[in-house]
Design a protein around this ligand. Structure first.
Ligand code: ARG
Length: 249
């Protein structure tokens, strides 16, 4: 009887080990998928620069990537609350965010630009700062575009800011005349202009920024591992190949 129990226990323990080994740990990435070419839907598949870079990182870490599409302004709170392992969403490194999360090394650059309708009276970024113009600036909620427009325009009494959860909703608002322009990152702005008729991007740039991956502050080990993976993927040209695949300049 004793022998049988020992054998049984051994079998159970072995089975437990095997089950554990087989389960690949998950790397859960929170993002917001109206941000072509970084993350967007191709049919019902989420694709883009961030998705492919995250997949390459997960592979290096021996992890399985799982993507969660949520509101942009929920990403950092979710990473802080350990609901998600990483936030990767063309996310700009800022001092305020650095107090909330760790950032990986930067893997891409973004430029804030302004989208207007083709017949818009707005011809340069400076028009937004002119007293009396009172333009309504559309932005995506929680983005740096929202912060700049709030600080530089609304708080200065020069106009107002309207926020949208999705960049595509901001585009509809602009086409419907609800807002006068959209302040947004350049590549998604180009995609919006390409995907709609009657819109254009002003030539003057608003701000230049660095994109990086947000990680929980306590998880320094993951930050280090991701930075090591990024360094390897940069050195072997993977990152460049992925970016060039989506950005054809
Ligand atoms: N770069 C801007 C920021 O970090 C906008 C990012 C929006 N990303 C997105 N996937 N919707 O605030």
């Amino acid at each position: 009887m004793k022998k049988i129990i020992v054998v049984l226990l051994t079998v159970l323990m072995l089975a437990g080990c095997v089950a554990k080994v087989e389960e690949t740990p998950k790397l859960v990435m929170a993002t917001e998928c109206t941000f072509q070419p970084y993350e967007y839907y191709d049919g019902d598949e989420i694709v883009g620069i961030d998705v492919e870079i995250a997949e390459a990182i997960a592979e290096k870490l021996g992890m399985e990537l799982e993507i969660v599409d949520i509101a942009f302004d929920s990403i950092i709170p979710g990473v802080m609350g350990e609901k998600y392992d990483i936030g990767m969403a063309g996310m700009t490194v800022t001092d305020e965010r650095k107090e909330q999360v760790n950032f990986s090394d930067s893997y891409a650059t973004g430029v804030q630009v302004v989208i207007v309708t083709e017949d818009s009276p707005i011809t340069s970024v400076d028009d937004l700062f002119e007293e009396g113009n009172n333009y309504v600036v559309g932005t995506q909620a929680g983005t740096t575009g929202f912060l700049y427009a709030t600080w530089d325009i609304e708080d200065a009494g020069l106009g107002t800011v309207d926020s949208y959860q999705k960049t595509t909703d901001a585009a509809s608002a602009l086409l419907n005349g609800k807002i006068d322009c959209i302040l947004l990152d350049n590549e998604p702005a180009k995609a919006i202009v390409k995907n709609n008729t009657g819109l254009k991007i002003l030539e003057t740039e608003y701000a230049v920024e660095d994109y990086a991956i947000a990680i929980n502050k306590a998880n320094t080990e993951l930050t280090e591992k991701i930075n090591a993976a990024l360094a390897e993927l940069t050195a072997d040209g993977t990152i460049e190949t992925i970016i060039n695949k989506y950005i054809g300049d």
